[in-house]
Design a protein around this ligand. Structure first.
Ligand code: NAD
Length: 288
């Protein structure tokens, strides 16, 4: 069993840290807010008053923070205080560029670094059923496998440092586009007088079927947009995707359109809602 410093105990980090405690690891958490720290204590972990305290002398350091900005803020503290040889796993969704920066800086300071963004949402975190796309070396991936097995169901090494974030960008492209289309399908069915609930059941059972239809069709129809995954965070991810496409010199017009719909959702004041709230954007565009 390992000693783990876990930074970022929000919607995703909190249940993930809980699984690691229950698997027998000695987990010390740090978050700038009190909620996740309370939950970790209830789960049997301990809490630290700073990043330095959370990571000092730990075998493994984990971050699950919102975006590049927080990684850029916290990572220098990790570098300064983590033990040489410690394994650093970043589960956050950030740009491949920042992931590569952590790997370069980490390697110089004796840290072993993996980018390991996840998919599966809050339910996936609660049920330890996340899909984890990992960038880094085969040796570090092997060392982190017991952690991935504890919080996830599907995981793979998809390339060197930064590759995990590239695959996650592709994932978010598909998720955002799918939500936008499911929202339009609901709008269409409701306004043509079809039974949208039964209609979505049919879509879910056919070629249009997806995890999003499976898990979110009822809450979308009920206009329940409690996050889940906030529109604000998906907006951040669309920025990562468009930047990555620019760097790769590939054209992703569907991605650009999805990014605009998500940006419109924020502009309408829906940033704190779940990304399935793209239905509200579709409705507004049709004056509904
Ligand atoms: P969240 O906002 O619920 O959690 C982030 C946590 O980080 C918060 O508790 C916040 O207080 C803490 N934090 C922020 N700055 C900090 C700092 N400087 N030091 C310590 N703690 C700090 O976000 P989340 O939904 O858990 O998402 C975390 C990451 O996982 C994001 O990159 C997101 O894109 C990704 N993700 C989220 C989901 C989802 O469904 N929520 C799914 C897959 C991936």
């Amino acid at each position: 069993m390992s000693t783990i410093g876990f930074i970022g105990l929000g919607i995703m980090g909190s249940p993930m840290a809980g699984h690691l405690v229950r698997a027998g690891h000695d987990v010390t958490g740090y978050d700038i807010g009190p909620k996740g720290l309370e939950k970790l204590k209830e789960a049997g972990g301990s809490v630290a008053a700073s990043v330095a305290e959370a990571v000092r002398d730990r075998d493994i350091v984990i971050t699950m923070l919102p975006q590049d900005e927080q990684i850029e803020q916290v990572f220098p503290e990790i570098l300064a205080h983590a033990a040489p040889g410690a394994l650093y796993i970043d589960f956050s969704t950030i740009t491949p560029k920042t992931a590569k920066w952590t790997a370069e800086q980490g390697t110089k300071n004796g840290l072993r670094v993996l980018d390991a963004p996840v998919s599966g949402g809050e339910n996936g975190a609660i049920n330890a059923a996340l899909s984890i796309m990992v960038g880094g070396s085969a040796d570090d991936f092997a060392a982190a496998t017991p952690i991935f097995e504890t919080v996830g169901k599907t995981f793979a090494l998809v390339g060197g440092n930064g590759a995990g974030q590239c695959v996650k960008a592709a994932n978010q492209l598909v998720v955002g586009g799918t939500y936008a289309l499911v929202a339009e399908a609901i709008l269409l069915m409701e306004n043509l007088g079809a039974d949208a609930a039964k209609g979505l059941d049919m879509l879910a059972g056919g070629l249009a079927g997806s995890k999003i239809l499976e898990l979110k069709r009822e809450t979308m129809l009920a206009r329940n947009f409690v996050p889940g995954f906030r529109i604000d965070l998906h907006h951040k991810d669309m920025g990562i995707i468009l930047q990555a496409a620019r760097e790769a010199e590939v054209s992703i017009p569907m991605g650009a359109l999805t990014a605009q719909l998500i940006a419109a959702g924020r502009a309408m004041g829906y940033g704190a809602l779940d990304h399935s709230g793209l239905l509200l954007v579709a409705e507004a565009l049709s004056g509904r």
